[in-house]
Write a protein that binds this ligand. Structure first.
Ligand code: SF4
Ligand code: SF4
Length: 68
């Protein structure tokens, strides 16, 4: 069970646009580290339990891979 419902503006990672960067800039700017990479060669995903919908990551990703 999630601790709280996902925020209405929670974005997602577009797996086609995402370049699976070695250092995900979007993760670096996320204050709650809600962007999680399991496999370095695969796009990260956004943990709905940590994301609070600030959308800073959308602006930060150089490939526009985070979409609303
Ligand atoms: S979300 Fe953006 S910054 Fe992060 S790995 Fe994908 S393309 Fe790179
Ligand atoms: S919307 Fe904000 S809290 Fe959610 S993943 Fe992006 S930067 Fe992190």
């Amino acid at each position: 069970m999630p601790d709280h419902p996902p925020p209405p503006k929670m974005p997602r990672v577009d797996g086609v646009r995402c370049q699976a960067c070695r250092k995900c800039v979007a993760r670096q700017v996320c204050r709650t580290k809600a962007i999680v990479a399991i496999d370095p060669g695969e796009p990260p995903f956004i943990d709905p339990n940590l994301c609070y919908g600030c959308l800073v990551c959308m602006v930060a990703c150089p490939y526009q891979a985070i979409v609303g």
